[in-house]
Design a protein around this ligand. Structure first.
Ligand code: CDP
Length: 220
C-alpha cells in the first residue's frame, strides 16, 4: 500500500485567514506550501493584461494553460481587481481543468521554493479538501464573519496603497463568496470531514493553536 500523502488541505472564503494559517503550518511542519488562489489570480491577471473579457472562455483557458510557478511572485496578483478577476475565471471548467494537474503534482511531490523535495504539503484554496486532495489526512475549513473578513481585506488593500473604501471591499467579498459558493464546478465547500475554525474572534496565534490541536497525531 502506498502511504497516504501528508497533506493539510486548507479551504475557506476570501480573507478568512487561511493563507496566514497555511503558511504558518507549512513552516511548523517543514512542508511545502501552495496558495492555489494565486494560480486563479494569475489567470485573471493574464486575461486582464491581454485586454480580453473575463467571460472569454477561450482566452481564460489559454491563460490557465500558460501559467507558470515563476509568475506567482508578481505583487499585482494581490490587488483587489485581480481577486475579482480570479473569481470570474475560476468558474470556467476548462480553467479549473488546466490548473488541476499542477496542483495534483505538487500534492504528490511537494517541494520547497528551490524545488527540493519535502515530506508533505499545505495547500490552500476553495476545493482542496473536496476535489484536489479528497484523501488528505487533515482538512481545515477556515471561516470568519463577513464584516471581519472585509475589515481585514480593506486593511491589506490600503497597506498595498490601493485607494478603496470599506463598503466597496465588503461588496466585492460578498459577490465573490456568492460566486465561489454557487458555481457548478468545484464550488467552495467545507468537506464533511473538515475541521472548521472560525477566526472571527481569533488572532493568528489562536487560529494556529486551534489547528494544531485538531491535527494532533493525524499526520503520523
Ligand atoms: O485571498 P482570497 O481569499 O481573497 O482569495 P484567493 O484564495 O487568492 O482566491 C481568489 C479566487 O480564486 C477565489 O475567489 C476563487 O474564485 C478562486 N479560487 C478557486 O476557485 N479555487 C481555489 N482552489 C482557489 C481560489
Amino acid at each position: 500500500m502506498t502511504p497516504r500523502p501528508r497533506i493539510i488541505a486548507v479551504d475557506g472564503p476570501a480573507a478568512s485567514g487561511k493563507g496566514t494559517l497555511a503558511r504558518r503550518l507549512a513552516r511548523h511542519f517543514g512542508f511545502g506550501y501552495l496558495d492555489t488562489g494565486l494560480l486563479y489570480r494569475a489567470v485573471g491577471l493574464r486575461v486582464l493584461r491581454a485586454g480580453k473579457d473575463l467571460g472569454d472562455e477561450a482566452a481564460a483557458v489559454a491563460a490557465a494553460e500558460a501559467v507558470t510557478a515563476a509568475e506567482l511572485a508578481d505583487p499585482e496578483l494581490r490587488s483587489g481587481p485581480t481577486g475579482n478577476a480570479a473569481s470570474a475565471v475560476a468558474k470556467i471548467p476548462g480553467v479549473r481543468q488546466a490548473l488541476f494537474d499542477l496542483q495534483r503534482r505538487f500534492a504528490a511531490h511537494p517541494t520547497d521554493d528551490r524545488g527540493r523535495p519535502l515530506l508533505g504539503a499545505v495547500i490552500d484554496g476553495r476545493d482542496i479538501g473536496t476535489v484536489i486532495c479528497p484523501d488528505a489526512p487533515v482538512k481545515l475549513f477556515v471561516n470568519a464573519s463577513l464584516e471581519t473578513r472585509a475589515k481585514r481585506r480593506h486593511k491589506e488593500l490600503l497597506e498595498r496603497g490601493e485607494a478603496i473604501i470599506y463598503a466597496r471591499v465588503l461588496e466585492d467579498i460578498e459577490r465573490r463568496d456568492e460566486q465561489d459558493r454557487s458555481r457548478s464546478v468545484a464550488p467552495m465547500a467545507k468537506a464533511p470531514d473538515a475541521f472548521e475554525i472560525d477566526t472571527t474572534g481569533l488572532d493568528a496565534d489562536g487560529a494556529f493553536a486551534a489547528a494544531l490541536a485538531f491535527i494532533g497525531s493525524r499526520l503520523d
